[in-house]
Every structure is written in C-alpha cells, then in structure tokens.
Design a binder for this molecule. Structure first.
Ligand SMILES: [Zn+2]
Ligand SMILES: [Zn+2]
Length: 336
C-alpha cells in the first residue's frame, strides 16, 4: 500500500509545478481540483489500510462517455484478503486504481459488464500499464463476447510496445491473457475469496449486457451494469449486502439535453430520451428494485447525467420514495 504522505508530497509538488507553468486563473482552479483529488485518495487509502474485511472502492461514478468531468467514467475495485477485483474499465480506471494505494500485483481478475466504451475503453491499457507495474501474468478477464478476440487484437497491436520494455527491463512479456467469455446467466468463476455469478440485463442493442454478483466470505456485492429496470437484477440481488445500481435523474437529464441541443448537439430530444428510457433506470425505479431485493445498502453510481450541480439529496430523495435501507450517492474514490 502506498504511503499517503508520499502522495501528498507529490501532489503538492505538482501544484507548485502548475503555479510556475500556467496562467494564474487556471492554476487556482487546477490547484483546488488537485487538492480535492488528493484528499479523496488519502481518505480511500486510510479506509483500505484500516479495513477489516472486503471493501468496494467506486473508482468512477459518471454514466456515459463524457470526458473532463469531476466524476470519471465507470469503474470499481473490490479488495478482499489482499486480492483486487476490477469491474469495468472506463477512462480513468488506471489512475484511480493507483490512487487507492492498491498495488498492481494484487490485481487478480477483471470483469466487464458490456461493450460500451464507458465500460471497456481502458481495459487494454490497464493490462499493459498493470503489467509494467507488477501485475501478475496470470490475471484473468471475464466479460461478454467478443472479449477474447478484443483482448487478442489489443495484445497484437501492442506487442512491439510490450516487447521494448520486456527487453529493457528483462521482464517476462505479457503475451496473452486468460479470458473467459460470459454469454449467459449463471456461475462465472470461483477462487479462494469469492464466487461470482452473472445475469443478462436489458440494454438494447447491446447483447449480452451483464449484471454481476460477488459473494465474498464476509459480504455480497451486486452490480446492475447498464440496464433498463430489470427483474433479473432484483432477483440476483436478493438479500445482498450492497447493490451498486446505475441511476438516471430524468428531470435533470431533460434540462441537460435541452441545453446541449441548444448548443448544437446533433440529436433530436425525443429520440435521445426514448433511447435513454429503453436502456437505463430512473432513480425512483432503482429504489423499487433495491426494496424488492431487500438489500441492506444501495449505492447509486453510473449517474446520468454525471454532471456537477445535482445535489446528493436530489438523487437520494427519489430512490428513498421506495427504498427503506441505506442509500449512498456514489462519489469517485469512495470506499464502501
Ligand atoms: Zn454506461
Ligand atoms: Zn452501456
């Protein structure tokens, strides 16, 4: 685990570098962002260091492929008994993973829910950057087809790059990754820490799109993935400790999209809304599903729209209409 004081030293240094290099106004804003990020990272590191039992870290909590936001694209890591399990690989997964202080040799398995870019675009880079930082060569990957072919194609594309470092540092090159494709509901894998199972969710036209359940010895964690309101998720999550569910705030999404279209985004409001409603779950329905499943804690993540300015209360109150348990509005690097 990384010593938090070294991270804070580094960040102070980057802030100072920023002060020397950039115009005053940008620097002030950048410094605030850097400080906030450091604080969240330090909090995550402390929480993981003091943790007893399995922990989940929300690495990125924004839904969709919007870059440059306060919230990163979707990714998570679970840490149990010193082993790390990553679920989804939106842009930001590598940096956010590193900020938790979890070391790359701890990474055992990677799970992909479906092949939208906000869930898989940094999967290949995670393998290569993970490898150079000590990830073991027997790391495994799980996800819908064609994950095997995608992994092989990526490794082929990066063979030269991998080989340069392998030669330079006398390292065994990362040549292939053990991939298991998941195309139906049922058991996915089991090791000494966890038993993983999956269901098919509703996310047209993406087929199959998966939800996952992780049964650790001390704790069960379920991920909806991206889905319209799903019976399968309510069933999968029966009695789970934690349900991490995607959530859409419809009124906020409507005003966000109207503003985007006014700025020239080439999409019709009705078409966009119809797609979102067929593919995603309004936060009220998330509350209903969590209540149905009888989970202890509901974590709202993959927030749509994943922009600043929607208060925690605005998210929570809609889910709380139907769900009586604990509701957590996800934030990047939050440890649950
Ligand atoms: Zn998504
Ligand atoms: Zn999706």
């Amino acid at each position: 685990m990384t010593d938090p004081s070294s991270t804070s030293k580094l960040s102070r240094r980057s802030i100072l570098v920023g002060v020397a290099a950039g115009p005053a106004l940008t620097v002030a804003a950048g410094a605030v962002v850097a400080q906030t990020a450091t604080t969240a990272a330090q909090q995550a590191q402390t929480a993981l260091r003091d943790a007893k039992g399995t922990k989940l870290v929300l690495l990125g909590t924004s839904g969709g492929p919007g870059p440059g936001r306060t919230r990163k694209m979707t990714s998570h890591v679970m840490l149990s008994n010193g082993a790390a399990y990553v679920l989804d690989c939106g842009i930001g997964v590598i940096d956010q993973y590193a900020l938790t202080g979890i070391q790359f040799p701890a990474l055992r398995s990677i799970f992909i829910t479906h092949h939208h870019a906000d869930h898989n675009i940094e999967y290949g880079p995670l393998l290569v950057v993970g490898w150079i930082n000590g990830m073991h060569l027997d790391v495994r990957a799980f996800g819908p087809p064609p994950l095997k072919q995608m992994t092989e194609d990526f490794m082929r594309a990066y063979k030269t790059t991998v080989d340069f470092w392998a030669e330079d540092f006398k390292m065994k090159p990362l040549v292939e990754v053990d991939v298991k494709e998941v195309s139906e509901a049922g058991p996915v894998m089991q090791d000494d820490n966890v038993k993983v199972s999956a269901v098919i969710v509703e996310h047209p036209p993406v087929k199959p799109a998966l939800g996952y359940r992780f049964d650790f010895k001390d704790r069960s964690i379920v991920f909806s993935g991206d889905t319209a309101p799903s019976e399968a998720i309510a069933k999968l999550a029966k009695g789970a400790d934690v349900l991490v569910h995607e959530a859409m705030h419809v009124p906020a999404l409507e005003s966000y999209m109207r503003a985007e279209i006014a700025k020239g985004r080439p999409v019709r409001f009705e078409d966009y809304l119809a797609h979102m409603k067929a593919d995603h779950t309004p936060v009220e329905d998330v509350g209903r599903i969590a209540q149905d499943a009888g989970v202890k804690t509901l974590v709202l993540s993959h927030l749509v729209p994943g922009i600043d300015g929607i208060t925690d209360d605005a998210w929570r109150s809609l889910a709380a209409k139907y769900f009586m348990g604990d509701i957590i509005v996800g934030k990047d690097l939050m440890v649950v």
